[in-house]
Design a protein. Structure first.
Length: 274
């Protein structure tokens, strides 16, 4: 693996050979730009990332209309919008990246990139940047629109909200890389990503806030991968959690992120599954 330059100044060796040494930022920018172009050209993936999570807000609102949220401190629209951010993370990041990593592997793109100056970590991060950036912008627009037009409270703890969103992006990106290791084709990515999608939708507070669930069920759901990030996002936006609750959610999200990164290092596949 080649040594990564820490600055833009060329070394004497590079000046003698006429070869320009690139930085990590240069390589990530190039990878991200290429991946963004591929995402824009894939109309199905782009539609899924941009519009399906927004459409799911309607389904979340309908499901919450049959649940008593009186003890949670959230209105139906507030719970729906925070659940919509969760859908952005699960669908626009996890779902699309599982397909992207699988497609690049099967098309030998990852294998070719490994023969270049780019490190393994840069390849994975560069591939994830467009989807993660798109999800962050989409979530920010949803929050601003909800506050401006839907009479939703402004973020109560912005630092917690941004922290929960960022750790959610990292976690779902890593989980997508892990899932791609067990995915043979792009078509089968919808099947392999379904288990995490279902348990997140049902148990991580996307459709129903944990506060509305029985205590024993809520305690089990707190252990699920996406629950920690969702708890931070909801608490940062709407409040209602402080101290130990926030610390527990942050630790849960951090532990799942570390485990996911370790799993990527252990099981991610660079060669086509043929």
């Amino acid at each position: 693996m080649s040594t990564v330059s820490t600055g833009k100044t060329e070394s004497p060796r590079s000046r003698e050979t006429g070869v320009r040494t690139t930085t990590t930022g240069d390589r990530l920018k190039a990878l991200g730009r290429a991946e963004f172009s591929l995402l824009v050209r894939n109309r199905t993936a782009l539609f899924t990332a941009l519009f399906v999570p927004l459409g799911m807000i309607v389904a979340i609102r309908e499901s919450l209309g049959r649940i008593d949220l009186g003890d949670t401190g959230f209105s139906v629209i507030e719970a729906s919008m925070t659940g919509g951010i969760g859908m952005v993370l699960v669908m626009a990041v996890y779902g699309s990246l599982t397909s992207a990593y699988t497609a690049r592997r099967e098309e030998l793109v990852l294998k070719r990139l490994r023969t270049m100056e780019t490190s393994d970590r840069e390849i994975l991060v560069g591939t994830a940047l467009p989807a993660a950036g798109l999800a962050f912008v989409q979530s920010s627009v949803m929050i601003a629109a909800a506050v401006a037009f839907l009479d939703v409270r402004a973020p109560q703890q912005p630092v917690v909200l941004v922290g929960g969103l960022l750790i959610g992006l990292v976690l779902l990106s890593a989980l997508a890389a892990v899932t791609s290791a067990f995915t043979r084709t792009v078509e089968s990515a919808q099947i392999t990503s379904m288990p995490l999608f279902m348990i997140s939708v049902v148990g991580s507070g996307l459709f129903v806030p944990l506060e509305a669930l029985p205590d024993r069920v809520a305690s089990l759901c707190e252990l699920l991968p996406v629950t920690g990030a969702m708890t931070l996002i909801r608490a940062g936006w709407l409040g209602g959690a402080e101290g130990n609750d926030l610390l527990g959610a942050a630790l849960s999200a951090l532990v799942w992120t570390i485990l996911s990164v370790f799993a990527v290092q252990r099981w991610f596949r660079w060669e086509p599954r043929r």
